[in-house]
Ligand binder design. Structure first.
Ligand code: ZN
Ligand code: ZN
Length: 155
């Protein structure tokens, strides 16, 4: 907890106590996450450090309300759902956070109005599509013969 404490300059002890418990909850969930990683035999290099875990957690918690309020609020910027620049990031590829990709919430297909179809982002597909996922902001096939949209969102 002492590594990346929530930093507030408040003299109010109540606020400091509240943020202390936020720190406790975040650290406890990171330890839980590490246990899960062991359980699923995830390689050490792919396990997030506490700081990275906090960043992903923060983005996941702030992005869901943004998606829910998008009709009223500002449009979602595609860079906000991109992976952080880590070893797991494929350079030049726009990829959604895995935590969002597989959350099975509000992934809706939309039609792209541009002239040219865009490469489908389902790794096993070489097709092009004008359909994109409104949450992940990636193009995916959704035709009679190929449903990359479902494959992409299924683990
Ligand atoms: Zn999606
Ligand atoms: Zn495809």
């Amino acid at each position: 907890m002492s590594y990346y404490r929530v930093f507030i300059k408040s003299k109010k002890w109540t606020l400091r106590v509240i943020f202390h418990f936020v720190d406790v909850a975040v650290c406890a969930s990171w330890l839980e996450y590490k246990k899960d990683c062991e359980l699923y035999k995830i390689q050490a290099k792919d396990v997030m450090h506490l700081l990275e875990f906090k960043q992903v957690l923060g983005r996941c918690l702030t992005i869901v309300p943004q998606l829910q309020n998008r009709k009223r609020g500002r449009p979602l910027n595609i860079s906000e759902v991109m992976q952080p620049t880590t070893s797991r990031f494929v350079r030049g590829e726009v990829r959604p956070l895995q935590e969002l990709q597989y959350d099975r919430m509000e992934h809706l297909p939309y039609h792209d109005v541009s002239q040219e179809a865009t490469r489908c982002k389902n790794p096993k597909c070489t097709g092009r599509s004008r359909i994109y996922c409104n949450k992940c902001k990636v193009h995916l096939c959704l035709t009679k013969d190929r449903n990359c949209f479902v494959i992409f969102h299924t683990k």
